[in-house]
Write a protein that binds this ligand. Structure first.
Ligand code: AMP
Ligand code: MG
Length: 344
């Protein structure tokens, strides 16, 4: 439905009466419920098929909305003042009156003030924070258009507000703001460098680029699950440009059901590969990645190779999602070439 006055009115009415609504944000589409309505929040887990240990994000209008749900900290104040509204989620201790189910039983709560005008109009019309994870079936790439939400959730939810394609295209940066130093649990468009500029320093959880062991504690529970995955098998290829090219020519040349994703300048002129552009830089790659993964599924692609990006700036977020989408299936091209003694 169009997100005009009537659309917002109907969506807020649904949320007020315990229903679910999918709505656009600047990161990805969210699937929302009244944060204070336990059974409505439980319905989000049902509709998504989401593991019950994977907490949601409370979407608020501003800092005073966040103070309503969480024990605000000086660090949260600094970060929110600099980056809200925007793609930054802050973790602080949860206040007792917020149902445990919102944070999947954790003592903390994740909160974010989105900048998207439709998300903001909806929160304002409701007058309460909206608990919302991404509006996809669990495990699938996050939806960056209303059509993606339809593909995954049609028949399971009563209303989707269609605000067009999402600007960022990747989920928010998740930062633990309970202590003195920001700790990035999930990278996103707000980079560690940007956080360090305002907070003086910034750490990145080592689980960001590593596969968690079975049963290992996950600082950001979403990282534990197979995530962001298309149906096609996805493999990351990293290494020197020439070595990556050699590996791809061996594995993907002439394969009709195989796509090769890379930044524009890197492989676009290579003949025989079904090249799909991730754009000119990491920011564009963030914007296009989930869209391309879903398009690959639609076109029945069976195999996707992605040339690794440099994990700097937004590149860290893109690589974090790709590593998980691949189930950590990563070819180290330069080593592979050396081991093959130049035969590739
Ligand atoms: P989604 O919006 O679908 O990406 O889901 C929200 C993500 O935020 C979860 O997968 C978690 O990784 C993260 N998150 C939410 N609440 C917390 C929390 N209290 N502590 C750490 N991470 C959280
Ligand atoms: Mg999600």
């Amino acid at each position: 439905m169009r997100p005009d006055d009537l659309g917002i009115f109907m969506a807020a009415d649904l949320l007020r009466s315990g229903g679910l609504v999918a709505f656009p944000t600047e990161t990805v589409y969210g699937l929302g419920a009244d944060v204070y309505n336990e059974s409505a929040v439980a319905a989000i887990f049902d509709a998504k098929g989401r593991p019950v240990d994977n907490p949601l994000i409370a979407h608020v209008l501003n800092i005073s909305g966040a103070r309503e749900c969480g024990e605000w900290t000086p660090l949260a104040q600094i970060l929110a003042s600099a980056f809200w509204p925007g793609p930054l989620t802050l973790i602080v201790q949860r206040k007792q009156h917020v149902p445990r189910i919102v944070s999947a039983g954790l003592s903390t709560i994740a909160m974010r003030a989105p900048s998207h005008p439709v998300a903001r109009a909806l929160i304002a019309a409701c007058g309460f924070p909206i608990a919302a994870p991404s509006a996809n079936r669990s495990g699938r790439p996050s939806p960056t258009t209303a059509a993606h939400v339809m593909d995954d959730l049609a028949g399971r939810i009563p209303l989707i507000l269609d605000g067009g394609p999402c600007e960022v295209g990747l989920e928010s940066t998740v930062v633990d703001a309970t202590g003195m130093c920001p700790m990035v649990l999930r990278p996103g468009a707000i980079t560690p460098q940007m956080l360090a500029t305002v907070a003086g320093e910034c750490q990145v959880a080592d689980s960001v680029m590593r596969q968690l062991e079975e049963g290992e504690y996950a600082p950001s529970p979403g990282m534990r699950h197979k995530h962001y995955a298309p149906t096609a098998r996805l493999t990351l290829v990293e290494g020197e440009d020439e070595d990556v090219k050699r590996v791809l020519m061996t594995l993907a040349k002439g394969q009709r059901d195989t796509w090769v994703l890379a930044l524009d300048q890197e492989l676009s002129h290579t003949e025989g590969l079904r090249f799909k552009s991730l754009g000119k830089d990491a920011g564009e790659a963030a914007h296009r990645l989930f869209y391309l993964l879903r398009q690959a599924d639609e076109e029945g692609v069976e195999r996707i190779f992605v040339k690794a990006l440099s994990p700097e700036g937004v590149g860290l977020a893109v690589m974090n999602r790709l590593a998980r989408a691949s189930g950590f299936d990563i070819i180290h091209a330069t080593e592979a070439y050396k081991e093959s003694e130049g035969r590739i």
